[in-house]
Design a protein around this ligand. Structure first.
Ligand code: NAD
Length: 362
């Protein structure tokens, strides 16, 4: 399995280095022959090549079996004419990575203020309110006069159908409960279409329990009773916001795994940003990107019909669970380790029998 690793900005290089060491350990333990190939994106690429994503990187990405994109300083990248491309948008759009899967779970033994949860936010990833990617050409934010701005949202039947299918299938492999999150009381046309299509799609899955919640009320429900939810499907911007909340409810934004999936490609990404406030201090939690990399291995294993990759993914997830339960983690989740040491803890757990044995038992 050849994986392109793009470290990104801020804490990106730190969490990516930890993730790469975990992947090497998993590769060795499960004989996966994973090859990691690192390329620059973001500020490092801007300095070196005059653009945050250099020409040719897309073809390299397409030729590989998967991508790992560290967080990038997207807020800094404002002008594409000056080479300031948002790498996250660039790969999601150009590889048509239409589904963003963002699991969140709590760990036993870990103090959590809001109760146990184990859920996945399934977020549409290619349209919605994302003005920089929902048009064939140009940008859907307009300055009508110096004092009047208009931001347009795009919702299409095709994108609703494919995200609804992804969510239904995932829910069927879990606790068979799908919650549709929307704002169809106000956005009657766009979210009305999204809601109708999700309900229509779910009808093909008679064993699936389906409900829906307005996005504003969802913020209260998921804090009050997070255990009530299993798979949550929603539009792009709502999913982005909601999944930061569910990651934090699970213990930290630094625990939020995230996989972007399309028909042919997948890209692991942390749910969080480049966190400039803690960059370069060896304090960032690497588990978000580590868990995302595990999702990438599982995706690859399923596509190839090769269970070794799925075993490796489960072993990584189990190693993170053991590390969380035993305090071998960063301080945002109550541990005392730095970024590199937390990554090393996962490496050692993978080398021991604990993670592998519990992976086999699952
Ligand atoms: P952020 O997600 O980077 O940070 C929010 C808060 O969470 C900060 O206090 C940060 O220290 C903390 N945090 C984030 N990741 C953590 C981790 N792994 N361990 C411990 N704490 C962690 O959001 P921001 O500060 O608003 O954004 C910073 C930059 O990241 C901006 O340029 C933004 O546009 C960009 N961004 C990028 C992505 C991406 O690459 N996918 C996503 C979101 C934001």
């Amino acid at each position: 399995m050849r994986i392109i690793v793009l470290p990104g900005d801020g804490i990106g290089p730190e969490v990516t280095a930890a993730t790469s060491s975990v992947l090497r350990a998993a590769s060795e333990r499960f004989q996966l022959n994973v090859q990691l190939e690192e390329h620059a994106v973001g500020h490092a690429s801007l300095q070196q090549f005059g653009t945050t994503v250099r020409p040719g990187l897309l073809e390299i990405a397409k030729s590989a079996d998967g991508l790992i994109l560290g967080p990038t300083a997207t807020f800094d990248f404002k002008d594409e004419q000056r080479g300031e491309i948002n790498p996250s948008k660039y790969f999601r759009k150009n590889l048509d990575l239409f589904a963003n899967l963002r699991p969140a779970r709590t760990y036993s033994g870990q103090h959590n203020r809001f109760g146990a949860l184990d859920l996945v936010v399934v977020r549409e990833n290619t349209e919605g309110f994302y003005a920089d990617r929902n048009m064939e050409q140009g940008n859907s934010e307009l300055l009508v006069t110096p004092d009047v701005a208009v931001s347009l949202r795009r919702i299409t039947r095709t994108c609703c159908e494919r995200i609804a299918q992804t969510a239904c299938k995932l829910a069927m492999s879990r606790r068979k409960h799908l919650t549709i999150v929307h704002k169809a009381n106000v956005l009657r046309i766009g979210d009305g279409m999204f809601l109708d299509i999700c309900r229509e799609t779910a009808r093909a899955y008679p064993d699936l329990a389906v409900d829906d919640v307005l996005v504003d009320a969802m913020m209260a429900h998921v804090v009050r009773q997070p255990e009530r939810f299993d798979v949550i499907v929603t539009t792009n911007m709502f999913g982005d916001i909601l999944s930061d909340l569910t990651a934090e409810l699970s213990g930290s934004l630094g625990l939020g795994g995230s996989l972007n999936v399309g028909a042919n490609y997948a890209m692991a990404q942390a749910a969080h940003g480049s966190a400039p406030d803690i960059a370069g201090r060896d304090v960032a939690n690497p588990f978000s990107l580590v868990l995302s990399a595990a999702l990438l291995l599982a995706w690859h294993g399923e596509r190839r019909g090769d269970a070794r990759y799925q075993s490796a993914a489960r072993a990584i997830e189990n190693a993170v669970a053991v590390a969380m339960q035993t305090g071998r983690a960063t301080r945002d989740v109550g541990g005392g380790l730095g970024t590199a040491a937390a990554g090393q803890a996962i490496v050692e757990l993978l080398q021991s029998d604990i993670a592998a044995a519990s992976a086999a038992a699952l």
